[in-house]
Design a protein around this ligand. Structure first.
Ligand code: AMP
Length: 183
């Protein structure tokens, strides 16, 4: 293994511009899976998050099951949220999350379809980003109870950069029959 290999045995790519103005940001990450033992997929992804360079995993939420959005002929999802502190730039962090997805054998089968693991940057401090590769806050955050509820478990007073309270967004978002489950 090279010096870039982590304890999980896969190569961590080195990215340009890893440091983001040298400042530590609080970043909320969404996790979802409905294939290949979803709870184990989330366990593995959380372990990988805890080993990312320039990141500290602060907390993660309970696990929740929910009905799939989109095609209904697929298993229910298991979702959670994690909070990290990091000096990685948003794009460097995205590349690391994509490396974790690949390491866990993610193959995208269809839009809004089944996947072994999906990792999204939900919130990056109070920043708003709208670029080709990255939209923060995540564009579906407001519409997903399986995203809002785990986030509120981590911080019940959480707000979007525009000041909207997640609690009020949850009150009006569609019901995906969210259920807290044993992790
Ligand atoms: P998905 O199928 O949800 O994993 O979408 C992956 C694509 O979404 C990637 O090509 C990313 O560049 C893009 N993307 C845009 N905003 C985000 C975000 N906040 N977190 C993760 N992926 C994002």
């Amino acid at each position: 293994m090279t010096e870039n290999a982590n304890t999980l045995g896969f190569e961590e790519p080195a990215f340009e511009g890893q440091l983001f103005e040298g400042q530590e940001a609080e970043v909320f990450i969404g996790l979802g899976s409905n294939l290949n033992a979803p709870k184990k997929q989330l366990d593995q992804a959380i372990k990988s998050l805890s080993q990312l360079p320039s990141c500290t995993l602060t907390a993660h939420s309970s696990y929740y099951s929910s009905k799939p959005v989109g095609p209904q002929d697929q298993p229910n999802f298991v979702n959670a949220a994690a909070l990290i502190k990091t000096t990685l730039s948003p794009i460097a962090l995205l590349k690391h999350l994509q490396a974790i997805e690949l390491n866990q054998g993610r193959v995208k089968k269809r839009h809004w379809g089944e996947r072994s693991i999906d990792l999204d940057i939900l919130l990056y401090g109070d920043r708003s980003i709208d670029s080709e590769d990255l939209i923060i806050p995540h564009k579906e955050l407001k519409n997903r109870d399986f995203v809002l509820q785990p986030l509120l478990e981590l911080d019940e007073n959480l707000e979007l950069p525009d000041g909207a309270s997640l609690r009020s967004l949850l009150a009006i978002c569609p019901d995906n029959q969210l259920q807290r489950i044993e992790s």
